[in-house]
Design a protein around this ligand. Structure first.
Ligand SMILES: [Zn+2]
Length: 474
């Protein structure tokens, strides 16, 4: 269902008029630091998982509405997805904002392993900072547009369920980006960098087997084990690892494996990911995984069905845009840790299994280059194949922290996370201002985009025509 929320309150005109230059825009972001760290921290506490981010999405929408954006929510058939718009006409510059948490990583903002009672999920990928910084940047750009009487549109795309739910894929499939000229994004991390690279294409889904329950000791011959089928499938896929390209990644978890050893399991479920830098490889390996599932069902006399719950493209890099982000990041600069933060960071670093980098790396920016390949996957990939797209990362975590860890949740919930977030907000705002001021930069990005995409490219979502998998975390 589509509902349009009208802009309810604009910031005082004086505030907007002050932002004549990029530096003024940075100062304006700084002046609202408390508000933004409060928004991020509330989303950190909500810790809502994919497609269940009701409060998180609402808070970001509220923040943008109060700043004068018009918010359209429930887009692409996803209740927590939204598009916030200010301005009209060309160019249309969009900033992506994520806000979903990860299940199973409840953690307090302390430098030792400690879960929060009553909370099962956590922001181990820093998406609470992601959505907030993107909104903060867009608000500053809006004020800059007003102060300078510039023409154009600034948008925030509120994109749910990045972690395995492929939220952006449905938004791309629905044509929500069709009039956008450039997309900017960022991601929390443990260093400051605007280097460009790709990510892994990814297809994921759940394989469900149905067997026959029976007494595991008195009448096992009358049962057909659904768990046997999962194990047979996993075994075949594990042997298959030798016969796929080396840079393939396959992982699975058994989400249902029976309830009690004395009952032959009648139902089982295994959740698979297949990743590779090239999406055609992903599709062909995924088809082989399906064959393993079919073979397992045949051999165990069980019935199998599967559901594709996610699928994302690899990132298409854009050097022209990445260079603009890098220049702006240098303008903004890194940040220093206070004594208190250093103490926190040292304690976190002691928990690492590898030698950590120096804490001073929060104040430096990684040399620009084409070395920004990510080991993971992101649904930003799909966006990057339909609009010229680029992103950056900042140190929102203690240097050396890996994503999806309790250490990432901990730092993201305190001032280190907030400092990295502010750096990202300013860099995004500065780059968006460049795009509004320099039509040539947009043209250059588009030209590069058209040479990187193969001739005759047509977007075709890896999830096919299924509806958003709104229950994939249930
Ligand atoms: Zn993430």
């Amino acid at each position: 269902m589509l509902t349009v929320t009208a802009a309810s309150a604009f910031l005082p005109a004086g505030m907007a008029l002050a932002q004549k230059t990029k530096q003024d825009a940075f100062k304006a972001i700084d002046s609202r630091a408390d508000q933004y760290s409060d928004v991020a921290h509330r989303i950190w506490e909500f810790a809502e998982i994919g497609y269940q981010e009701v409060k998180s999405s609402e808070l970001l929408q509220q923040t943008l509405t109060q700043a004068g954006f018009k918010v359209e929510k429930g887009v692409a058939g996803i209740p927590t997805a939204f598009v916030a718009t200010y301005g009209s006409g060309k160019p249309v510059i969009a900033i992506l904002g994520e806000f979903d948490a990860l299940p199973g990583v409840s953690q307090d903002a302390v430098p030792e392993l400690k879960s929060v009672p009553g909370r099962t999920a956590g922001h181990a990928c820093g998406h609470h900072l992601f959505g907030t910084a993107s909104s903060a940047a867009a608000i500053a750009v809006k004020d800059w547009l007003i102060a300078n009487k510039k023409q154009g549109t600034i948008r925030v795309y509120g994109t749910p369920a990045e972690e395995g739910g492929s939220g952006k894929v449905y938004m791309v499939r629905d044509g929500l980006f069709s009039d956008v000229d450039v997309v900017l994004h960022w991601h929390p991390g443990s260093m400051n960098s605007a280097s460009f690279g790709s990510s892994l294409a990814n297809k994921s889904g759940k394989f469900r087997f149905r067997g026959i329950a029976s007494h595991a000791a008195a009448s096992p011959e009358r049962g057909r084990s659904a768990l046997d089928a999962v194990e047979a499938m996993d075994n075949m896929v594990n042997m298959m690892r030798e016969h796929v390209p080396e840079d393939t990644r396959i992982h699975y978890v058994i989400t249902r494996g029976g309830e009690a050893p004395n009952v032959v399991p009648a139902y089982s479920e295994v959740y698979y990911y297949v990743r590779h830098p090239d999406r055609d490889q992903v599709v062909s390996i995924w088809d082989r995984v399906i064959k393993a599932a079919e073979g397992a069902a045949l051999g165990t006399e069980t019935k199998m069905e599967f559901e594709v719950t996610g699928g994302v493209y690899n990132l298409l890099a854009n050097e022209a845009l990445s260079k603009a982000l890098d220049a702006n990041m240098h303008l903004v600069g890194g940040y220093k840790l206070t004594e208190e933060e250093k103490d926190f960071a040292e304690k976190i670093q002691k928990t690492f299994t590898t030698t950590p980098p120096k804490l001073e790396t929060t104040s430096t920016i990684v040399d620009f280059g084409a070395n920004g390949d990510k080991g993971g996957s992101t649904d930003v990939g799909d966006v990057s194949w339909v609009v010229p797209t680029a992103g950056l990362t900042t140190a929102t975590w203690v240097p050396g922290t890996t994503a999806h860890s309790w250490q990432a949740v901990a730092a993201g919930g305190m001032t280190i996370g907030a400092k990295g977030m502010m750096m990202a907000a300013k860099t995004l705002a500065g780059t968006a201002i460049d795009l509004f001021e320099q039509p040539a930069l947009i043209e250059q990005a588009k030209k590069e985009f058209n040479t990187r995409r193969p001739a005759g490219f047509k977007y075709d979502a890896l999830v096919g025509n299924r509806k958003p998998a709104l229950d994939y975390r249930k």
